[in-house]
Ligand binder design. Structure first.
Ligand code: G4P
Length: 308
């Protein structure tokens, strides 16, 4: 990442406004579904909601689970569940894991509903909203849940629209029709690079060459076999630095410019495209922090979305 750009406040103008709008929307709902990218379940989560939402129920939806390593997804779910979140692993593009949402939402709101029932208020629908940083799949999830084909696009600017509309999902839930868009967090450079790898940061901010080198370094420790299979890297080549390996990728693919120079831009874009569309394999780019055995007990994260 360009050194001059590392400390940029990525969405400076929107922060205060977003906070106000988000607070307002959150006050209207019983439960928030925070969508994260299953390939970077921590880096793609904005800790802002943790402050705001604190003890109220929240579901972390690890979306794009079809592109992530299923073992890692299960591990991250346990880790989040140990912190008191509900979790689901979903693939909104193909509609997998959708049926887990309703029972989990009901379970997480059971106490509240029970208290209301005791006060004579029964049978109301649960109100939900969906939040997350750009490009994690919020609109795709909303469209899946509501059966709409038209994208619920909001221009990917942090914030939510002023006029809320509710869409019924099934018989007992209502969803706010536009997602709350959070700004990505950039606590350190590595987090920023991971978010760039999944395509949530404009190439104006960080160029694809730099991101592709980082991607090679994130992938290699655990998934060098997948990388070698896709680009026919030899064991020796896999030992090269990322700067040395990208020209090899260009050479293997025949991306050569005049004078025999490797076309690094094309190699970088190919690598990023291949990763983002799952062609290299199901690869998670960050490691789950350790879970203490007693924390892990009794969580529902042992099954992948396919196993359910
Ligand atoms: P957003 O509202 O959070 O910004 O995300 P959006 O739904 O627009 O989804 C961003 C991209 O991710 C879309 O691809 C969408 O199809 C894809 N996507 C969403 N959920 C999933 C999922 O569970 N699995 C997979 N594999 N892909 C998913 P796109 O239209 O091609 O946009 P782009 O990638 O060109 O930006």
């Amino acid at each position: 990442m360009n050194e001059n750009k590392t400390n940029i406040n990525w969405f400076p103008g929107h922060m205060a406004k977003t906070e106000r709008q988000m607070q307002k929307s959150i006050s209207l709902v019983d439960l928030v579904i925070e969508v994260v990218d299953a390939r970077i379940p921590v880096s793609s989560k904005n800790p802002y909601l943790d402050k705001l939402w604190s003890r109220r129920p929240r579901i972390i939806a690890l979306n794009k689970a079809d592109l992530a390593d299923p073992e890692e997804t299960a591990r991250f779910r346990k880790w989040y569940e140990a912190q008191g979140f509900g979790t689901i692993a979903i693939d909104s593009l193909h509609g997998k894991g959708m049926r887990d949402i309703q029972p989990l939402a009901q379970k997480l709101c059971a106490d509240k509903l029970q208290r209301e029932k005791e006060r004579g208020r029964e049978g109301r629908r649960l109100r939900l909203m969906i939040t997350g940083i750009p490009n994690v799949g919020k609109s795709t999830l909303i469209n899946r849940l509501t059966g709409r084909s038209e994208a619920a696009k909001t221009g990917n600017k942090p914030g939510v629209t002023k006029h809320e509309q509710w869409i019924r999902i099934g018989s007992d839930m209502e969803l706010l029709d536009t997602p709350g868009i959070l700004w990505p967090k950039f606590e350190d450079q590595e987090t920023g690079y991971r978010i760039a790898c999944i395509g949530s940061i404009s190439e104006d901010v960080v160029d694809s060459y730099t991101v592709s080198l980082k991607l090679l370094d994130f992938i290699r420790p655990k998934y060098s076999k997948e990388l070698a299979a896709r680009y026919r890297f030899t064991d020796d080549e896999l030992e090269l630095t990322a700067e040395e390996l990208l020209p090899v990728l260009a050479k293997h693919r025949g991306f050569v410019l005049g004078g025999g120079r490797p076309d690094l831009e094309r190699a970088a874009n190919t690598l990023l495209d291949d990763y983002r569309s799952g062609r290299i394999g199901r690869i998670t780019l960050e490691q789950c922090p350790e879970i203490l055995p007693e924390e892990a007990a009794g969580t529902s994260a042992d099954k992948t979305e396919e196993e359910k």
